[in-house]
Design a protein around this ligand. Structure first.
Ligand code: PBG
Ligand code: ZN
Length: 330
């Protein structure tokens, strides 16, 4: 049998033609921008390893929020640095906690801006773990008290919803955390507040700059007992599936760049909106190389984020969001 020889034209002849057949297009609607808030006044402190990203005290936050909104960014995710820490992370679920205060103010200034609250204890515990932990006497590893931690996470989520958070994003990956938080929100009357679960969160070295920024490095042990092994892909499906069954409204893969295959797999397997977290270490590498003149920051950033979207991300949490929003306007 012989086939006719068909040669397809490569549709690249002009910019107009290329744009007509482009499969993946980044827009400002794709981004969620992380914002760090601290107690005190007159603080706009740049994070050393994350140029262009700052800690803001609440009195200087309004200007930043107005800029984010004016760039067309639709959503932010809030991270708080408390003034005091303890073993049970009390300030995570305090109505006067930094995230709760910031959320109330932001919803006054910009009611349309979608505020995502990161729901975790690690910034608020003196030991820096994501829940209540006991240190194993012999090995020094961190053993999480799952049920005790869940109670405090539910309290945190409810207090964030009370302050006006539009989406609750539990990030500690403990067993049953989505259903526990769903139940807690429903009981408190927040039946319409969605949960964006950090479903697939790897124990990654790419969180380094964040931990410095949020002063949340574990004081003993590591997070390998409750975050995933970077070598595992099928386990990601099991984690995501249990979140779906527990009622998550968004799924997330974190980090993004080394896990594009995981993003694609989740996209193909589940029909919930999928979020990729382009984490601090990924951002820091681009910024450092760009500062040395080794790469073209704009082209590299757009290529990287396009790759994440092409892999299947519907939304991308990224520290690049403000820069990209500006570039997309040009
Ligand atoms: C806390 C949390 C982390 C990040 C977001 N929420 C760090 C961690 O697990 O240590 C990382 C974000 C980033 O690196 O940008 N649970
Ligand atoms: Zn945590």
């Amino acid at each position: 049998m012989s086939f006719p020889t068909v040669r397809h034209r490569r549709l690249r002849a002009s910019a107009a033609l290329r744009s007509m057949v482009r499969e993946t297009v980044l827009t400002v609607n794709d981004f969620i921008y992380p914002v760090y808030v601290v107690h005190g006044t007159n603080i706009k402190h740049e994070i050393r390893s994350m140029p262009g990203v700052y800690h803001f005290s609440l009195d200087l936050l309004e200007q930043e929020i107005r800029e984010i909104v004016s760039l067309g960014i639709k959503s932010i995710i809030l991270f708080g640095i408390p003034s005091s820490k303890d073993a049970v992370g009390s300030s995570a679920y305090d109505a006067e906690g930094i995230v709760q205060q910031a959320t109330r103010l932001i919803k006054q200034w910009a009611p349309e801006l979608v505020v995502v609250a990161d729901t975790c204890l690690c910034q608020f515990t003196d030991h820096g773990h994501c829940g209540i932990v006991h240190q194993h006497e012999l090995t020094g590893t961190a053993e999480v008290d799952n049920d005790e931690s869940l109670k405090l996470l539910v309290k945190t989520a409810v207090s964030q919803a009370e302050a006006g958070a539009d989406i609750i994003a539990p990030s500690n990956m403990m067993d049953g955390f989505v259903s526990a938080i769903r139940e807690g929100l429903d009981e408190a009357g927040y039946t319409n507040v969605p949960i964006m679960s950090y479903s697939v969160k790897y124990a990654s070295a790419y969180y380094g700059p964040f931990r410095e920024a949020a002063h949340s490095a574990p004081q003993f042990g590591d997070r390998k007992t409750y975050q995933m092994d970077p070598a595992n892909a099928r386990e990601a499906l099991r984690e995501a599936e249990s979140d779906v069954l527990e009622g998550a409204d968004f799924l997330m893969v974190k980090p993004a760049l080394s896990y594009l295959d995981i993003i694609r797999t989740l996209k193909d397997q589940f029909d919930l909106p999928l979020v990729a977290y382009n984490v601090s270490g990924e951002y820091a590498m681009v910024k450092a190389a760009a500062a040395n003149g080794w790469i073209d920051e704009r082209l590299i950033t757009l290529e990287t984020l396009t790759g994440m979207k092409r892999a299947g991300a519907d939304l991308i949490i990224t520290y690049h969001a403000k820069d990209v929003a500006r570039w997309l306007q040009d």
